[in-house]
Design a protein around this ligand. Structure first.
Ligand code: UDP
Ligand code: MG
Length: 318
């Protein structure tokens, strides 16, 4: 019997890309139809263009197309989570709607999966049409996360990936709110394989992930995956205290005990100012970091649902 594969596609204002990605995926599964059956789960993440109408039309024509609609824009990480939660397949493939992730690579993902790999990750070798800042930012992000996080993440890894049912089931148990889906999947472990691809420029529309959103995601990923930032404040505090203490000691001796032989002529006010600025710096940086953690704890304690589903189409009643 053919194995069911779920394809999860988060959608935010992709009216022109929907039919493109749908056709491309259908085509791939046409070649694979002896071995695999498919379902496509579109998660409409609060689009404000014609995406929803487009999706409903597709769902009418093809019952393999399933749709989850959010009541507003919750972000791609949550849309992906909702897709994974609602998927029925023995494996789930997550892919962007804008054709930046090539559907032609789906057979390769499935091949690695059949070889026993539980997670097959698309590795982006080139990012055509992306700005220098995004590319550089992504390099810096991976460099830092691999230094400070407990789990290693291969750079260039994307959300374009295949995830085995077993891993999906574990993933569905995550309750944390500040999530980067692919980071959590990497955290879960399991045997991984990598498939390289070149990212094409987005076909229509513009990227919903602004630089600011990406930086926010990177920050919350750092905080969620590592205690290093908190410890760093501690180390910094220690170093500054030690250095300024040492300097204060030198100044004290030089100015007050030896009568300024080097003619540095530090005024008392200047000495005091340096000292105070140093300590204010320490206190502020520690506070800022603690605020990040407290913010995280706060969100977890609230324990809100991750997303609100307003409509579901073509799903069996559970
Ligand atoms: N997306 C989403 N919610 C958002 C932003 C984006 O579901 O708030 C979807 C979008 O429709 C696309 C995928 O996530 O399918 C990747 O988005 P985008 O191309 O904007 O990001 P990038 O390519 O820069 O990572
Ligand atoms: Mg994109």
């Amino acid at each position: 019997m053919a194995k069911l594969i779920s394809v999860v596609i988060p959608i935010f204002n992709e009216q022109q890309n929907i039919s493109l990605i749908y056709k491309a995926i259908k085509e791939q599964f046409l070649y694979l139809k002896d071995k695999y059956d498919y379902e496509i789960i579109f998660v409409n993440d609060g689009s404000i263009d014609e995406s929803q109408e487009k999706l409903f039309k597709l769902a009418e024509i093809n019952k393999k197309v399933k749709i989850v609609c959010f009541s507003r824009n919750f972000g791609k990480e949550f849309a992906t989570s909702a897709g994974l939660y609602n998927a029925n397949g023995e494996a789930v493939i997550v892919i962007d709607a804008d054709m930046q992730h090539p559907p032609e690579k789906i057979p390769e993902l499935l091949f690695q999966w059949e070889n026993g790999k539980k997670v097959v990750i698309g590795i982006r070798t080139k990012n055509k049409g992306e700005g220098l800042i995004k590319n550089l930012g992504s390099k810096v992000f991976y460099w830092i996360i691999n230094i400070i996080a407990e789990t290693k993440i291969r750079s260039g890894g994307t959300d374009f990936r295949l995830i085995d049912r077993e891993v999906v089931n574990h993933f569905n148990q995550f309750t944390e709110k500040n999530r980067m889906t692919r980071g959590l999947i990497d955290w879960l472990g399991f045997e991984k394989a990598y498939v390289e691809f070149q990212a094409n420029p987005r076909v229509y529309g513009k990227a919903g992930y602004s630089l600011v959103k990406l930086i926010k995601l990177a920050m919350s990923t750092f905080v969620a995956n590592s205690l290093f930032p908190l410890k760093f404040a501690g180390y910094l505090g220690l170093i500054i205290t030690f250095v300024s203490g040492f300097m204060g000691f030198i100044v004290l001796i030089e100015q007050h005990f030896l009568d300024d032989p080097w003619h540095l002529q530090f005024t008392g006010t200047a000495q005091l100012a340096i000292l105070i600025i140093f300590f204010i710096g320490i206190v502020l940086s520690s506070l800022g970091l603690i605020a990040l953690y407290v913010g995280n704890i706060h969100q977890e304690v609230l324990n809100r649902p991750l997303y609100i589903v307003s409509k579901k189409i073509n799903f069996d009643e559970k």
